[in-house]
Structure formats: structure tokens, C-alpha cells
Design a binder for this molecule. Structure first.
Ligand SMILES: C[S@@+](CC[C@H](N)C(=O)[O-])C[C@H]1O[C@@H](n2cnc3c(N)ncnc32)[C@H](O)[C@@H]1O
Length: 302
């Protein structure tokens, strides 16, 4: 890839700590929080006019696309579902470069997860095998993998708008035509928009660890998630997970090992050595700086 990728030089992405604690001070991107819970201002005795201004702002956020022609806000209305989601909706700052990429490149390489149509992956990637990456963050590792393996199409999904713009810009500047950027909840993409036996692989690198016990139900890698994934992967296709959060690694190993439709590619049934094709990711770098140990897991669909 012609452009060098330095995760630490890129603008802010949500940290696992922020995501876990739900501490984003930015307005919720989808208005989910306000539509489900009474606003914190009510309890805090905030004056009525300020509360009304806040409601008005959130009403506009729900109605107006942030980038005309770009990614929609909560395209499938996933906040209406009575389901615990694995991400915290947030409205993060977008740099001018990311905004330019969203406006210019979304019509070409972006797709909203609206839950309304079934994707034809061979058509989307001109016949290339297609892997899904859930939660690409700022997308540096995704772009690197796409550059290293131009014979594979990567359907990269995240809800994080700055990351979507960043990845589109990286694809453009590096001439990568094998990436498509999907906006929205990966669960809806898997459930409503992908055909059975359609994926050649799934990558989930450093999913939000949700370290607090009361948040564990938000973790992505759970038996029900694997049931859905097993239906979408082709037989023999590999799910590749990586995490620097030891208790989550143990949970991943436990649920993947217990699932009847997945088989550990490691003969000893344990963690895999880090495959050479997986670049260092931004969150991985942050974990390593804290002294965390990284685990990779590679399980094949039976
Ligand atoms: C901790 S970050 C890791 C980012 C990147 N893989 C890395 O290692 O730097 C996890 C990402 O997953 C995304 N995410 C979590 N649940 C998701 C879901 N259900 N659908 C789409 N994206 C999701 C979050 O928005 C966040 O960007």
C-alpha cells in the first residue's frame, strides 16, 4: 500500500473504556438514548428552555442526514428493536478529510444497512470471494489487508462515521477497489441482508470488551450470534476473532468450542498464533501499550 498507516496519528475513535462505560459526551447519533430513557437533564433539574433546545437538536439529528448522499443515521432503525446492541450510538467529530471522503465516495463504495434488500456479494465484488469485517474502527488494518490481498473483497461494517470516512479515504488514496463500507448494525446486515452460505470469512478484531459484568450481554461473540454467523458462512469458511481482553478471549474460546457448527483450526483446541496476514490494529496497539496479551481465535464452519 502506498500510504503508510500510523494508527496513533489518526483522529479519535471510541476507546473500549468509553464504549464500555457509555461515557460519550457527544449527542447520541441516533437519538436512541432520548427515545428510550428520560433525558438525564430532567432528573438533574435542567431548566425547561435548555431541555427543549436539547430535544429540538435531537429531533433534527434523527431527521436530517448528517452528510447528504452519505451514510444515513441508524438506517434500519435498529434502536426500535427490543434487543441489546453491541455498540453505543454516538455522534463523533468528523475531520474535513473524512467529510470529503464521505460526500465523494459514499455513493460509489458505501451502503446503508437498511434491512430492506438482500445483497448479491459476487456482484458487489465482481466475483471475488467476500469476507465480512465487523467493527473496523478507523479502518487502517482493513485497508492494509485489502491492499495485501486484492483477490478478496472486504465488506467492512461499522457504525462509526469518522471511521467510515477514514476508510473510504484510505481506499481512494491507495487505489483499493476491493472494499465496501457498510453503515449500521452488523446484526441486521447478517440477519436481513446476506444470503445463507454467502460469506467466505468473518473477521472480528478487538470487539468492544464491555468489561463490566452488567454489560457482558452487550458482547458480540455469544452463542446466538454464532448461530446467525454459521448460517451465513460457507462450509469451511473461517471466523477469525482477536482480543486483548483476557476474560473476553476466554468467553470467545468457550462459546466457539461449544458451538456444534464450528471447529477450532488449532489441533490443540486453543488460541491460534497471530496470523501474519492480520496487521496491528489501532485498538490492539492501545492494548499492547497497557501490557495486555492478545489472543487470536480461528474457527472453521463445519
Ligand atoms: C473496540 S473497536 C475496534 C476497532 C478496530 N477493529 C480496531 O481493532 O482498532 C470496536 C468497533 O466495533 C464497532 N461495532 C460494535 N458493534 C457493532 C455492530 N453491531 N455493528 C457494527 N459495528 C459495531 C464499534 O463501533 C467500534 O468501532
Amino acid at each position: 500500500m502506498s500510504e503508510s498507516l500510523n494508527p496513533s496519528a489518526s483522529p479519535s475513535a471510541p476507546t473500549p473504556g468509553e464504549a464500555a462505560a457509555g461515557t460519550s459526551s457527544a449527542a447520541a447519533e441516533t437519538g436512541t438514548v432520548s427515545s428510550v430513557h428520560a433525558p438525564a437533564s430532567a432528573a438533574a433539574g435542567i431548566p425547561d428552555d435548555l431541555r427543549a433546545a436539547s430535544f429540538e437538536r435531537q429531533r433534527r439529528l434523527r431527521q436530517e442526514p448528517r452528510f447528504p448522499g452519505g451514510p444515513a443515521i441508524d438506517p434500519a432503525g435498529s434502536h426500535h428493536e427490543r434487543r441489546i446492541r453491541s455498540f453505543q450510538p454516538r455522534r463523533s467529530r468528523v475531520t474535513p478529510g473524512q467529510e470529503d471522503a464521505l460526500l465523494r465516495l459514499w455513493p460509489k463504495w458505501g451502503l446503508d444497512i437498511d434491512g430492506q434488500r438482500v445483497l448479491d456479494l459476487p456482484e458487489l465484488f465482481d466475483g471475488l470471494p467476500a469476507v465480512l469485517e465487523i467493527g473496523f474502527g478507523m479502518g487502517e488494518a482493513t485497508a492494509q489487508m485489502a491492499a495485501d490481498d486484492p483477490g478478496t473483497g472486504i465488506l467492512a461494517v461499522d457504525v462509526h462515521t469518522p471511521g467510515q470516512g477514514n476508510l473510504l479515504g484510505l481506499a481512494d488514496r491507495n487505489g483499493l477497489s476491493n472494499i465496501r463500507v457498510a453503515n449500521g448494525d452488523a446484526i441486521i446486515l447478517l440477519r436481513e441482508m446476506l444470503k445463507p452460505d454467502s460469506l467466505d470469512g468473518l473477521r472480528v478484531y478487538f470487539p468492544d470488551p464491555w468489561p463490566k459484568k452488567r454489560h457482558h450481554k452487550r458482547r458480540l461473540i455469544q452463542p446466538e450470534f454464532l448461530d446467525l454467523v454459521a448460517q451465513r458462512l460457507k462450509p469451511g469458511a473461517v471466523i477469525h476473532c482477536a482480543t486483548d481482553w483476557e476474560p473476553y478471549a476466554e468467553q470467545m474460546l468457550e462459546v466457539l468450542t461449544a458451538h456444534p457448527l464450528f471447529e477450532n483450526t488449532l489441533a490443540d483446541g486453543g488460541y491460534a498464533p497471530r496470523p501474519a496476514f492480520r496487521p496491528l490494529t489501532r485498538f490492539e496497539g492501545q492494548g499492547l501499550d497497557k501490557g495486555h496479551v492478545v489472543h487470536d481465535l480461528l474457527f472453521a464452519r463445519r
